[in-house]
Design a protein around this ligand. Structure first.
Ligand code: ATP
Ligand code: MG
Length: 447
């Protein structure tokens, strides 16, 4: 037998055995976002192609080679979301949210699609945690965004990770800078790749972002934007640095960080992991004061970041960080025979109604394979039900960790079990010293 298709190149199947890793980081990013006062926003997975062309700019990697564009009936072409910001700005404008007072602070956890060259840490469907803040030009907002990203990375236990910071100024400062860059690169025109040659006139800052080894070697000695900042942009950058200093956060000013997208202004930053190899950038973000107007709104200062969740999880794996334990069922019912299966199913539902997780045999197997299954799924308790138990309307509930069996009548089953499971959660606290997971277990079972 051969399966008829394989997953598309550059995509990942996230299987049940490791899904707890995703749940761990999703929980952390949501908790952190809420702690900083951000609310979730959900927008469509595809948008009008023109939205991305307009926002990313027609010299960006995304627009020139990475978009998945589909046409549907009629003339419209749609593009699968390569990033989150453009759709969020569109939605905020279209729904009048920008008129509801500032600051507006939103976050999202979304799949993104880019026709990238697949390799470790680079996929064609990947996931981003992103946040956007609208309505503040203050460097305190920049610092808050950076601290939010940092609190996620800290929450995931990552240590060997460096904050790289730069300012790319405003349109004013870039006029002179673009001239200097053009001069520099034109002198070495013969060595540049084809893409960079095309970008040289339109947007010379892109050349600093080229991934070809020759171009990036040339870019090393290029003029740096920090030498060209206007007074306002310089003051903004200095203030941001002193806020970060006051928080005791370390960072590296890296004039080579320019970000891939045209609408960035002033602050740009990346968190780069030293435990990831080539695709070390876990998070990239900055200010994009020009975008809201570009997309048809009032001029509105704005900023945000995108964090790649695959890269985040890979870094955690590479450095042996903890993930939340996979959830295991509280009890497994092992019936022998049809009648017992019916009674097991009823008891199972009673236990679920109490808020606990419970399973029973749905295949009709013998006791041995059932016990193997109970062991595999890590059931905390097991109850075997056969003819004898049905006749006497009683059973034993076995604690799989200690082996202790507790008798109960079937009428009283759920009360007996409630007591046992609570005792067990507290006993596990002693075994693991993990109070938090116990409390979470109790809260979960009360919900
Ligand atoms: P790169 O320079 O690595 O191509 P980028 O500048 O295109 O990154 P952004 O647009 O800033 O990336 O996206 C934010 C984050 O999303 C990145 O820092 C990275 O963690 C993640 N990311 C971007 N592209 C991919 C991809 N193809 N696969 C997995 N993660 C990605
Ligand atoms: Mg890219």
């Amino acid at each position: 037998m051969a399966i008829i298709a394989q997953k598309p190149k550059g995509t990942l199947d996230l299987l049940p055995a490791s899904i707890h890793k995703w749940h761990t980081v999703e929980q952390i990013v949501k908790d952190c976002a809420q702690q900083f006062g951000f609310k979730e926003i959900r927008t469509p997975m595809f948008e009008d192609t023109s939205l991305y062309v307009r926002s990313a700019g027609d010299t960006s990697d995304v627009v020139t080679k990475e978009m998945y564009t589909v046409s549907s009936a009629g003339d419209a072409t749609f593009t699968l979301r390569p990033e989150g910001t453009a759709g969020v700005v569109r939605a905020m404008l279209e729904n009048g949210v920008m008129n509801e007072g500032f600051p507006q602070k939103v976050y999202y956890v979304i799949p993104c699609f880019r026709h990238d060259k697949p390799q470790a840490g680079r996929y064609r469907q990947f996931h981003q945690f992103g946040v956007e803040m609208f309505g503040s030009a203050s460097p305190f907002a920049d610092a808050d965004i950076i601290m939010l990203a940092k609190s996620v990375l800290d929450g995931c236990g990552l240590e060997n990770i460096e904050l790289n910071l730069n300012s790319i100024g405003c349109a004013e400062c870039r006029k002179e800078y673009h001239k200097a860059l053009k001069e520099y690169f034109t002198a070495r025109k013969d060595e540049l790749c084809q893409t960079c040659l095309e970008r040289l006139d339109k947007n010379p800052m892109r050349l600093l972002d080229c991934k070809s080894p020759i171009c990036s070697a040339i870019a090393k000695d290029a003029p740096v934007i920090l030498d060209y900042l206007c007074d306002d942009c310089r003051a903004h950058f200095e203030m941001l640095k002193s806020i970060l200093d006051s928080y005791g956060v370390s960072y590296k000013v890296n004039p080579k960080i320019v970000r891939g997208l045209d609408y960035y202004t002033r602050t740009v930053f990346e968190f780069i992991s030293n435990d990831l190899g080539a695709q070390g950038t876990v998070c990239g973000g900055g200010r994009y004061d020009g975008l809201v107007k570009e997309l048809g709104g009032q001029p509105t200062p704005a900023l945000g970041f995108g964090m790649g969740l695959e890269r985040l999880i890979m870094t955690m794996e590479n450095t042996g960080k903890d993930f939340l334990d996979p959830k295991t069922p509280d009890i497994y019912f092992a019936p022998m025979g049809q009648k017992a299966q019916m009674r097991s199913a009823q008891l199972c539902m009673e236990i679920r109604d109490e808020g606990y997780s419970a399973e029973f045999d749905v295949i009709g197997r013998g006791l041995k394979p059932q016990m193997r299954y109970a062991d595999k799924i890590g059931a905390k308790f097991v109850c075997v039900l056969g003819d004898n138990e049905l006749e006497t309307s009683s059973a034993k509930i076995k604690n799989m960790r200690t082996g202790k069996e507790t008798p109960t009548s079937l009428e009283d089953f759920k009360n007996t079990f409630s007591t046992l499971i609570i005792e067990e959660l507290f006993a596990l606290e002693d075994v693991n010293g993990d109070l938090e997971s116990i409390l979470n277990g109790l809260i979960d079972s009360e919900e």
